[in-house]
Design a binder for this molecule. Structure first.
Ligand code: TXA
Ligand code: MG
Length: 348
């Protein structure tokens, strides 16, 4: 299939593709999305096929203005209204009771629908011109890190989609926060830039909490309420290990692995946050020199994919445990990318 690169001044063409039942990748402020019009059943099914996405993992419906919600949801609760007024448009997805006639391919048979209003001007305009809500998961092959730059969308989807809108890079780099407001208290199903603290501030303490399934380990992931959270996710091709503990000991251990694997002819990537270290420089990347969490979030997927491009076999990450707010969201992705392979190192 012929894929067209669509420039920001050609959005009309992207909208035409959507109207004619095509699928188009577009930038948002979080990561790139891969969209189809909500009334185009075949295009929606094609999204699953192209990504290799399990059919029980529903899509997010993207709209450009709140008024479009009437076609999607039966009820906008008081909490939903507050969140809409405070954080939308922006990197927040709300789970609400769905309207009956919505395609079950969008909601994967659930009784709820995920709705998001991106703030990225190209996403806004593209949805507006399409004249209908756009159902879209992230624009990557299933299981791979989400695409934060145009080149990565191209890598995964070239020849498989009708168009890719080439925007400036999404600034945030981590997928939206998902909040289920169809239950009480509201639940954070996927942490992101809109943090628990920010949500508590407007909803009140005790009115919102993390989905308990987020806090348990892999073995119990099957219980996660956002179906997407239970799959191997965000993962680079290389085997990623997180090493934690005494800084010196961790460094020594990483160097031990580096030497051992390199001798075996393997390529070894090393990843750190907060400082630039004197590790061997060939496959060494830092997520942020200063430790700034926003920078880490915006670099994480790009660097994991860069390791893939370099043909790295193993990645060792040095002491990157982060618990709260945005840092917690970053760690949530990292730990999945590592398939929960964490090694605690104590002796120097
Ligand atoms: O930032 C984002 O949210 C990006 C951009 C493109 O908007 N999109 C994104 O989509 O990350 P995706 O498909 O990669 O993640 C959608 C997540 C999945 O974990 C899915 O299970 C969950 O949303 N989801 C969708 N509908 C749901 C529902 N009704 N109830 C619970 N979770 C739902
Ligand atoms: Mg995704």
């Amino acid at each position: 299939m012929l894929t067209k690169v669509i420039m920001p001044d050609e959005l009309e063409e992207a909208a035409q593709m959507i109207l004619q039942g095509g699928i188009v990748a577009f930038p948002t402020e979080t990561v790139y999305g891969l969209g189809a019009g909500i009334h185009q059943e075949e295009a929606i099914q094609k999204i699953y096929r192209v990504k290799g996405r399990p059919m029980d993992n529903p899509l997010i419906v993207h709209i450009s203005q709140k008024e479009q919600m009437v076609d999607l949801t039966r009820k906008v609760s008081k909490f939903a209204k507050i969140l809409l007024d405070t954080f939308c448009p922006g990197p927040l997805t709300l789970i609400l009771p769905k309207k009956e006639n919505l395609s079950h391919y969008i909601t994967a048979g659930l009784d709820t629908v995920a709705i998001r209003i991106p703030i990225h001007p190209l996403a806004q305009k593209f949805i507006q011109l399409s004249g209908c809500p756009v159902a879209a998961p992230s624009a990557n092959l299933s299981g791979r890190p989400s695409s934060t730059i145009f080149t990565h969308v191209k890598e995964d989807l070239w020849g498989k989609v009708d168009g890719i809108i080439k925007g400036d890079e999404p600034s945030l780099g981590l997928e939206s926060t998902i909040v289920d407001v169809s239950v009480n208290p509201a639940l954070i199903l996927r942490p992101g830039h809109i943090t628990l603290e920010m949500l508590e501030e407007v909803l009140g303490k005790g009115q919102i909490q993390y989905d308990p399934a987020l806090l348990v380990r892999k073995e119990r992931e099957g219980v996660a309420k956002a179906p997407g959270m239970k799959y191997k996710h965000y993962a680079p091709r290389a085997d990623l290990f997180l090493l934690e503990g005494n800084a010196k000991a961790v460094k020594k251990k990483i160097m031990y692995y580096y030497q051992k694997k390199t001798e075996q002819g393997k390529k070894v990537g090393i990843m750190t946050v907060g400082k630039v270290s004197d590790y061997p420089q060939d496959f060494y990347r830092f997520l942020s020199k200063t430790g700034d969490e926003k920078q880490v979030a915006s670099n994480l997927y790009r660097i994991l994919r860069e390791f893939d491009d370099l043909g790295v076999d193993y990645i060792y990450a040095e002491n990157i445990r982060m618990e709260e707010g945005l840092s917690g969201a970053i760690f949530n992705r990292l730990i999945k990318a590592a398939s929960y392979q964490i090694e605690r190192v104590e002796d120097v």
